[in-house]
Design a binder for this molecule. Structure first.
Ligand SMILES: Nc1ncnc2c1ncn2[C@@H]1O[C@H](COP(=O)(O)OP(=O)(O)OP(=O)(O)O)[C@@H](O)[C@H]1O
Length: 257
């Protein structure tokens, strides 16, 4: 699905990524963890072709970046980020916002085809809020808006779904609802890449974890292998104990800094 080989990125004086090699195979779902500024979003932008590496090779869904039309590859990728969320029009009805996902643009200036509308409604129904479809996006709670983003990203049946902190800003209840929805992605034929600051968001759907520190991979592999106290300490500079419960890792901080 994704093969990054020795990828480095330099911007100005700053080396943001150093020799990152990461392979995501079909059937795997990855979480990327790391401190603020460690390079997680940059890594996602390289995967989606919004940034180009200074050196190294990136292959996504069989296409080698630099030798393909990235816009075509992006049609197979769903991407959710805070910056995209901020671009959505708050007074548009929810179903219309979801429908725009079919075309990878932000607003409609013409009539929306009936099949697109139907699919948007079906996705909203599946997520349990078909009743909100006609409401303006701006009237929804933050948690509901995140789910709208998810529905929007699924409109074009992506093969790869990239989620940049989709649970940021949600209260415990809303977060669990969103995680439930994310857990259900396992029924779809899509590989999920998920960036978060919260280890307990690693629901059973996820199979693999990459830990990034100052632009370097500290660890990458099966979550059970990577999520150990030693690697967490190396990545976050914090003493912590990990405990697994209900198929999820929970962290107890022993001492920080
Ligand atoms: N165009 C740029 N020029 C210079 N530095 C940049 C540029 N883009 C990103 N950076 C720097 O690269 C580092 C990595 O940024 P990135 O946004 O990928 O981190 P992150 O792990 O996603 O952080 P956070 O968890 O805070 O969102 C940051 O220190 C950032 O300031």
């Amino acid at each position: 699905m994704i093969k990054m080989q020795y990828v480095s990125l330099v911007r100005g004086e700053r080396q943001i990524l150093h020799d990152v090699s990461l392979t995501v195979r079909p059937g795997e779902h990855w979480v990327i963890l790391g401190r603020n500024g460690s390079g997680k979003t940059t890594l996602l932008e390289l995967m989606t072709g919004y940034q180009f590496p200074s050196s190294g090779r990136i292959e996504v869904l069989g296409n080698v970046y630099g030798q393909c039309d990235v816009r075509e590859v992006r049609k197979e990728i769903g991407y959710i980020s805070q910056s995209l969320m901020e671009k959505l029009t708050l007074h548009d009805p929810v179903w219309e916002v979801v429908s725009t996902g079919a075309y990878a643009f932000l607003r409609f200036y013409q009539e929306i085809p009936a099949d697109v509308r139907g699919k948007a409604y079906a996705l909203l129904e599946e997520m349990g809020f078909g009743h909100l479809a006609e409401q303006p996006l701006g009237t929804l709670s933050q948690g509901e808006r995140k789910k709208v983003m998810l529905a929007r990203a699924l409109m074009h049946d992506p093969k790869l779904l990239i989620l940049d902190e989709p649970c940021a800003g949600l209260d415990l209840y809303e977060r669990e609802l969103m995680l439930e929805e994310i857990g259900r992605l396992g029924k779809r034929d899509v590989a999920v890449i998920y960036v978060t600051h919260h280890i307990e968001e690693i629901v059973p759907l996820f199979t693999h974890v990459a830990l990034i520190k100052e632009g370097r991979l500290e660890g990458a592999g099966l979550k059970e292998d990577v999520l150990n106290s030693e690697l967490i300490k190396q990545t976050y500079d914090i003493d912590a104990r990990l405990e697994w419960e209900s198929g999820r890792p929970w962290i107890k901080v022993i001492s920080g800094g």
